[in-house]
Design a protein around this ligand. Sequence first.
Ligand code: 48F
Length: 252
Amino acid sequence: MIRDIDITRLIVENFMQEFLQNVKIDVAIVGAGPSGLTAAYHLAKSGKKVVIFERKLSPGGGMWGGGIGYPVIVVKGAENILKEMGIKYAEKNGYLIANSIEAVAKLVANAIDAGAKIFNGMTVEDVMIKNGRVCGVVINWTSIMEAKLHVDPVSIEAKFVIDATGHDCNVARIVEKKYGLKTPTGKIQGEKAMWADEGERKTVENTGEIFPGLYVTGMAANAVMGAPRMGPIFGGMLLSGKKVAEMILEKL
Ligand code: 48F
């Protein structure tokens, strides 16, 4: 017999256990797009305690829709990552072509299998900064935020925080507003117009620490540093996610 309250108990108990195991972590990743998921995979594979906080219910960010809603992505320069993730692809004129739904599903599955946690429906609305260093994130349920209820958030302690929030660079924006960034200008430069070749290269180049304890990856890196967008080509996102993980692993 199925008892209704058994279901209630199992869900609440299980979530509470998982959540409490993750209030003090090595790396908090904000955003479960391709760059955040790739970073999570590499950090978790190296045995680090890593959690992705994703505002929406579905992880995958801007990858699901491929280009203009056709579930196809183009990749250049990240063939090894596609292979490692088990994402099937075809090659045409030097470009790799993959199905966006398969790509998201496998990035998510690989990150989870490597040991990363994904908490969905949670928005990072602030960071903790102590002694001039980012040392955690402040979270609230997205549903609470969207309903504009006055409910105070809670904090998660993390040795490093990664802003993987894409075009909006939401975490960088919070820190910029309150303290200024430790970048050459101290300010968010805003992403520039479409230029796939330059954008892909710059995404990887711009990946790095923008405030003590806070790193930026993926499209957020270009938005912070003032580099072009690149549309539905994703090699830069995957390579940037891997790079940010390697940079943090050197310090952990
Ligand atoms: O936008 P998104 O996919 O970021 P990305 O990894 O990849 C960019 C590409 O998808 C595409 C592109 C490729 O060429 O330009 O745009 O850089 O994923 C960002 C994720 O962050 C979540 C958001 O819902 C999305 O899934 N997010 C944004 N702000 C917050 C957040 C927040 N404050 N808290 C939690 N999640």
